[in-house]
Ligand binder design. Structure first.
Ligand SMILES: Cc1cc2nc3c(=O)[nH]c(=O)nc-3n(C[C@H](O)[C@H](O)[C@H](O)COP(=O)(O)OP(=O)(O)OC[C@H]3O[C@@H](n4cnc5c(N)ncnc54)[C@H](O)[C@@H]3O)c2cc1C
Ligand SMILES: *[C@@H]1O[C@H](CO)[C@@H](O)[C@H](O)[C@H]1NC(C)=O
Ligand SMILES: *[C@@H]1O[C@H](CO)[C@@H](O)[C@H](O)[C@H]1NC(C)=O
Ligand SMILES: *[C@@H]1O[C@H](CO)[C@@H](O)[C@H](O)[C@H]1NC(C)=O
Ligand SMILES: *[C@@H]1O[C@H](CO)[C@@H](O)[C@H](O)[C@H]1NC(C)=O
Ligand SMILES: *[C@@H]1O[C@H](CO)[C@@H](O)[C@H](O)[C@H]1NC(C)=O
Length: 511
């Protein structure tokens, strides 16, 4: 009835038939409301749902444990965890390893733009997940650690999960938080090639000159040839946990998913060559603590709508994080309130069909529009534009945003694309640097520009809907029957989040 191995998970979808034909003798007396698979980011949504009174379990194939390497984040994003009620303000202070200021956006041979309090906290994933795990268990959540999910059977009334050790669990809803390489996502996307890939290599080392500032982004002034591809390198650098002479530095690049694209090893070679020059420290003065690397695939059709009844993706598995920054933890915190309320409503009302669940991962024009930025930041294989073009273009945009001030620059640096700031920035760049325009078309291509224009118009439309129609509709929603109410709440959220309007600059104080 079901054929799935851990690495090649398959959802066996039964359109009809209730679960009682499964084998009633096996059916545990206990049915979960929600089982979350994948415990890294999954534990946050699991704990939020638990505190709303649902019966929640987590299945994690390893142990639930944060990585050594800090997550960087802004305070506002952390405070979302307090708003949702799963972390206290005291605990926030406990998990912050380091704060760093000021923060630079640097463009080699062009200039620097300095900001304060952007992505400037280093949070310890180890401490954070330890606190969450304790909270989850003491509130009655059930952990299945060291057991992979191997099969999912979706029935009309229930999902049946088979674990790698043969255990069988029953749940009304399965939340897939198994990350970018989730076996369920693999099945849904069935071999679809990612539309773009970000490759990251880096390290955390000690022995740098004492320095309390960070680079949010530092771009190389030229495109480099690696294997048979052109790559544009970007850097990030920030102080790390144990002191101001410790630093994490990342080198990353956006590439097309092609056999010719560089391998992580190639990037790592370049990283060791270029990093000492970038940081102004000879390599032999550094003591490397750990090497970090990652591959982030991006798909234009994100977030991923549900594909099966009773199964929904969250976190990186849903593709809701920005294709430019990949701050998966930061992104999850921003959507936590929306998702936990929405999933709670869906479970309570029994709106667990594909259509209803898809309303929770709706089309978001701001996310779709940001795809263009990834295109603009990846070097073309054979287009004859100047090697410094990407660096020039980014600098022109950042300069324009800086001139337009905090309400434009700050949301952008925190991965929030909004309509008016975008209109102003593009307008100013076009007026002040008209010579860039033809190259932009060459760089990203007409097809991408046309597609993007559609999302840009939708961004404006969602901004209008959320600003003007939402206040008119909202009072009527509570009069609707439950199912309609669920749908309308999701529409209002899609307008607001799709337009980047959950970001309010007056709620983003400097730390
Ligand atoms: C180099 C690097 C730097 C990063 N820096 C930052 C940062 O500074 N700030 C930030 O916000 N984000 C950062 N991120 C991103 C962040 O780490 C990810 O977004 C986050 O870990 C994604 O979490 P996830 O739970 O969605 O997926 P994952 O972390 O991939 O977790 C998936 C989980 O699912 C489990 N799993 C997989 N298959 C199964 C199965 N069959 N059964 C049961 N469990 C299974 C895995 O064991 C794993 O625990 C960084 C990522 C990388 C690679
Ligand atoms: C400290 O870091 C900032 C930002 O990365 C950089 O601009 C500056 O040159 C560094 N200072 C020293 C002394 O290395
Ligand atoms: C940018 O690339 C050039 C050529 O590869 C290299 O010489 C230079 O050191 C690089 N700069 C940084 C900051 O990586
Ligand atoms: C923090 O980490 C994310 C993910 O690696 C990255 O995109 C972001 O730019 C980083 N911020 C800083 C200040 O380095
Ligand atoms: C889209 O807007 C939402 C809500 O403001 C925000 O959380 C998210 O980061 C934005 N994403 C992008 C890519 O702009
Ligand atoms: C932002 O918050 C302030 C203070 O709470 C409020 O007055 C203002 O209307 C909000 N702006 C938006 C766009 O929501």
């Amino acid at each position: 009835m079901c054929l799935m191995t851990e690495n090649n998970a398959q959802v066996v979808f039964r359109a009809s038939g209730a679960s009682n034909d499964y084998d009633p003798k096996n059916k545990a007396s206990f049915t979960f409301d929600v089982i979350v698979c994948g415990g890294t980011l999954g534990i946050f949504i699991a704990t939020a749902l638990l505190s709303k009174g649902l019966r929640v379990g987590i299945v994690e194939k390893n142990q639930i444990k944060g990585r050594e390497q800090d997550w960087n984040i802004s305070r506002k994003e952390l405070l979302e965890l307090v708003d949702v009620g799963i972390l206290s303000e005291d605990e926030i202070e406990q998990i912050i390893n380091i704060k760093f200021n000021p923060n630079r956006c640097g463009f080699e041979k062009k200039g620097d733009i300095w900001v304060e309090d952007i992505l400037n906290l280093g949070v310890s994933p180890v401490k954070l997940l330890e606190i969450m795990k304790k909270r989850f268990v003491t509130q009655g959540g059930v952990l299945f650690e060291g057991k992979g999910l191997s099969t999912i059977n979706v029935h009309d009334d229930i999902v049946i999960l088979q674990l790698s050790d043969g255990d069988v669990l029953f749940s009304r809803l399965l939340v897939d938080a198994m990350g970018n390489f989730s076996p369920v996502v693999k099945q849904i996307r069935s071999g679809q090639k990612p539309d773009g890939i970000c490759l990251v290599v880096g390290s955390c080392s000690c022995g740098f000159k004492e320095n309390s500032s960070s680079d949010i982004i530092y771009s190389n002034a030229s495109v480099k040839r690696v294997r048979d591809s052109n790559v544009q390198y970007f850097w990030e650098a920030f102080p790390a946990g144990s002191g101001l002479t410790d630093r994490t530095t990342y080198m990353f690049t956006y590439v097309d998913a092609q056999p010719s694209c560089p391998k992580l090893e190639d990037l790592l070679e370049d990283y060791w060559d270029l990093m000492p020059n970038y940081q102004g420290v000879p390599l032999d003065q550094l003591e490397v603590q750990r090497v970090i690397f990652g591959i982030f695939p991006t798909y234009r059709d994100s977030p991923l709508p549900s594909a099966f009844d009773r199964v929904i993706q969250v976190g990186d598995a849903s593709g809701i994080q920005s294709p430019v920054s990949f701050g998966g933890f930061g992104s999850m915190t921003r959507h936590l309130n929306r998702l936990s309320n929405g999933i709670f409503e869906a479970v309570s009302g029994n709106f667990l069909d594909v259509y209803s669940l898809s309303l929770l991962n709706p089309y978001l024009p701001n996310l779709s529009a940001s795809w263009l930025f990834q295109r603009a930041m990846s070097a073309k294989p054979n287009v004859a534009i100047s090697s410094a073009f990407i660096n020039d273009l980014l600098y022109a945009n950042f300069l324009a945003m800086q001139k337009l001030g905090d309400p434009v620059l700050r949301p952008f640096l925190q991965d929030v694309i909004q309509f008016w700031p975008l209109v102003k920035t593009l307008g100013l760049v076009m007026l002040s640097q008209p010579r860039l325009l033809p190259s932009i078309f060459k760089q990203v291509g007409i097809a991408v520009i046309l597609d993007w224009s559609g999302h840009f118009v939708m961004l404006g439309w969602y901004t209008f809907l959320s600003s003007y129609l939402d206040p008119i509709i909202r009072p009527w929603i509570k009069l609707l029957p439950l199912k309609r109410k669920f749908e309308w709440n999701r529409n209002l959220e899609a307008w607001k989040y799709g337009a980047g309007l959950d970001y309010n600059i007056s709620h983003n104080p400097r730390n």
